[in-house]
Design a protein around this ligand. Structure first.
Ligand code: HEM
Length: 279
């Protein structure tokens, strides 16, 4: 990916989720992620570098001990690549810059996990695992200053929740897009609707008349049939049948009569193709 295409992809992810500077400020304000937190986080940066490797080791020991999470890492090269990327990701938590670039990066990572079909429960479970491990290191490091450990940990939680919120928003946005696309595709599919049957004998016993309304759009096919045509004919006609889509209406009527006519009764088939309103 060229630098320009990469930037466009990231930009569109920010656009997709309606992200701008104001939204970033609002998210941070809602989490009460302020300058004090940034100071706390930057103050543990060195310790974070020290616990990075052992925490990641424990992280993978746990992740690889479950079939459903191990399945994502069949390729050892991918495992090595992701380990390195995660190390940089976790380091980012204590770097103190939770700005536009940071948000873009986090959205991109959310989108990657959504693309590979990582269940949210696996993502959340591993984040929880990570946080529990980090808590142990922090409280051990500051065992004589538990207040300091708690402050740093609570600040870390704010950034982590910022990240989790971004990842989940990416999941939701991508799923909504998918649902939208599926709806559009379904609208393109041919469907069948039936008007209710009316009993009676033509010219002798007229049943009470009821108006039925059916919306039609250009290309729709309307078929009326009397009881000399087998009553399940509409169910046995597939809306995908090329005959219904392409043949002249006279031929369709003839074929329905030939295929579904009862032979013991007279029958009428009326086929109308709606060509749209006149210009
Ligand atoms: C705390 C939770 C997690 C974090 C912070 C995280 C972070 C990351 C990062 C930074 C990348 C690299 C993205 C890139 O290449 O730019 C990545 C990729 C990946 N992650 Fe995660 N991850 C988490 C949980 C998981 C879990 C639980 C699994 C699987 C069980 C997983 C599977 C993967 C895979 C397979 C990739 C590579 C995707 C690809 O490039 O095709 N991740 N993750």
């Amino acid at each position: 990916m060229t630098e320009e295409t990469k930037q466009n992809a990231e930009k569109s992810l920010m656009d997709e989720l309606g992200f701008n500077e104001a939204e970033i400020v609002r998210r941070r304000a809602f989490l009460e992620l302020g300058d004090d937190d940034i100071q706390e986080l930057v103050s543990i940066r060195k310790i974070a570098q020290e616990y990075a490797d052992p925490v990641l080791e424990a992280f993978y020991k746990h992740l690889l001990s479950f079939d459903e999470t191990r399945a994502f890492f069949q390729n050892p090269k991918l495992l090595e690549h992701v380990k390195q990327a995660q190390k940089a990701y976790f380091a980012g938590l204590t770097e103190g810059a939770y700005d536009k670039d940071y948000i873009e990066d986090r959205l991109k990572i959310g989108a990657i996990h959504e693309r590979i079909g990582l269940p949210v429960k696996a993502y959340m479970g591993m984040y929880n695992f990570y946080l529990r491990n980090v808590a142990n290191y922090l409280f051990e490091e500051y065992k004589n200053e538990p207040g300091k450990a708690l402050r740093a940990y609570l600040s870390l939680l704010k950034v982590v929740f910022l990240d989790i919120g971004l990842a989940i928003d990416t999941y939701i946005s991508r799923r909504e897009q998918l649902i939208g696309k599926q709806r559009e595709a379904m609208r393109e599919l041919p469907t069948q609707e039936a008007l209710s049957m009316r009993g009676g004998v033509v010219g002798y016993q007229l049943p009470p008349l009821h108006a039925s309304h059916l919306e039609v759009t250009t290309g729709d096919l309307l078929i009326f049939a009397t009881d000399g045509i087998s009553s399940d004919f509409a169910m046995r006609l597939s809306p995908w049948d090329p005959m219904l889509r392409h043949q002249p209406v006279q031929e369709i009527a003839d074929r329905i009569l030939a295929r579904f006519g009862k032979l013991t009764d007279d029958a009428l088939v009326l086929v109308i193709r709606y060509l749209g309103s006149a210009p």
